[in-house]
Design a protein around this ligand. Structure first.
Ligand code: PMP
Ligand code: GLN
Length: 379
């Protein structure tokens, strides 16, 4: 694993702390989640929920996850056999890849991709086969022919992240159907990372892959509480899938962490049942923040690509006279007192993303405004 070094999030958050810069790099909100949910966690700690919960998760959370899937997406999962609680989506992804891939198997993922994908696939001694997302009229998408050409007899799974970090694309039903058709034809598993499922803008709806014809039976659906409820530090996630797939993932999960923190599970169950209005308000607030940051970045001279979901705005730095995002983000504290993420680190072939830089807008308005004002120093 030596080649994986230190994650870009750790590097850039440390740089922000060292230099006192505004951190628009690592995606975490600077405000707390719903008060009722925070209270539920405190109450859980005060009332004895402090020992190992059952390995697959606290029954109350597994039921709440199943109810949420049924209410939102008309997907039925049996909480006892088809829902598994994990230590964030990160563990869910790693355990799924480790459980379902043999050494030498291939996993297709759209690049740029969230950094843990490549590491999880490497841990499984499988091979990541990237299919590049490119902007078409300002929105990152893929070429269906390139995706089809990426499938080989060794392909085992397609890892699909929508809403997509770092591009902000929310895949349309038509785009997902291209992936689904391949999965059905070539007998592939879809591992879906849906952690931003509630964070979509402009009326765009998130479509879970498992809702497409013939896909529930071959989809490992992953999400987590961090982004939905602004509790990224709680690291509470879950997997929903047919029982044999969940059993396989749980077999791995039990030896990675055995279980996940008890108080958070009870609090997240409360969140899924009682705090979805709070989540709607979060979503509309984030849409305003997206617009605010986009305006600020455009005024500072970046070319800005409009995201339909997530916490992130993607920018092209070339109009400012820069060509390398990694070089720029390492100098950005000194140039402007701001930290951002060089998108190239999410590519197998970094040259394809060299000129993009990602900025997070899940921050207070005054923080976004101050960052935007500072970034004007660049032009
Ligand atoms: N997938 C994506 C696309 C992410 O952006 C993140 C970061 N929240 C994760 C997975 C990890 O989620 P968690 O913190 O729940 O492990
Ligand atoms: N998901 C967050 C992001 O993309 C950070 C997660 C992490 O720090 N590993 O910024």
């Amino acid at each position: 694993m030596r080649a994986f070094g230190t994650t870009i999030f750790a590097e850039m958050s440390a740089l922000a702390a060292q230099t006192g810069s505004i951190n628009l790099g690592q995606g975490f909100p600077d405000t707390d989640g719903p008060a009722g949910m925070l209270d539920r966690a405190v109450q859980a700690i005060g009332s004895g929920a402090n020992q190992y919960p059952p390995g697959p998760g606290v029954p109350e959370l597994r039921r709440a996850v199943a109810e949420h899937r049924a209410d939102h997406y008309r997907l039925d999962y049996d909480p006892a056999r088809e829902v598994l609680v994990t230590v964030g989506a990160t563990e869910a992804i790693a355990a799924s890849v480790l459980a379902l891939c043999e050494p030498g198997d291939e996993v297709i993922a759209f690049e740029p991709y969230y950094d843990s994908y490549a590491a999880s696939i490497a841990l499984a001694q499988a091979r990541l086969v990237p299919v590049t997302l490119r902007p078409v009229e300002g929105r990152f998408t893929f070429d269906p022919d390139e995706l089809r050409a990426a499938v080989t007899p060794r392909t085992r799974a397609v890892l699909v992240n929508s809403p997509h970090n770092p591009t902000g694309t929310v895949f349309t039903r038509e785009e997902l159907e291209v992936v689904a058709e391949l999965c059905r034809e070539r007998d592939l598993i879809a591992i879906t990372d849906e952690v931003y499922e509630h964070l979509t803008f402009d009326g765009v709806a998130h479509v879970p892959m498992a809702t497409l014809p013939g896909m529930r039976e071959r989809t490992v659906m992953i999400s987590s509480a961090g982004k939905t409820f602004s509790v990224t530090g709680w690291k509470t996630g879950w997997v929903c899938a047919p029982a044999p797939l969940v059993t396989a993932v749980q077999t791995v999960k039990q030896f990675l962490t055995f279980t996940a923190g008890a108080p958070w599970q009870l609090a997240v169950a409360h969140g899924l049942r009682h705090e979805l209005e709070w989540v709607s308000a979060l979503r509309s607030g984030l849409q305003d923040k997206r617009d605010r940051l986009m305006e600020g970045l455009a005024a500072a001279g970046f070319e800005v690509l409009r995201p339909a979901g997530t916490y992130f705005v993607q920018t092209d730095i070339r109009p400012l006279g820069f060509t390398d995002g990694l070089e720029l983000t390492r100098r950005l504290p000194e140039l402007a007192g701001v930290v951002a993420i060089p998108t190239q680190v999410f590519y197998d072939r970094p040259e394809r993303g060299r000129h993009y830089v990602r900025f997070a807008f899940c921050k207070k308005d005054e923080v976004i405004d101050e960052a935007a004002a500072r970034l004007k120093r660049l032009s």
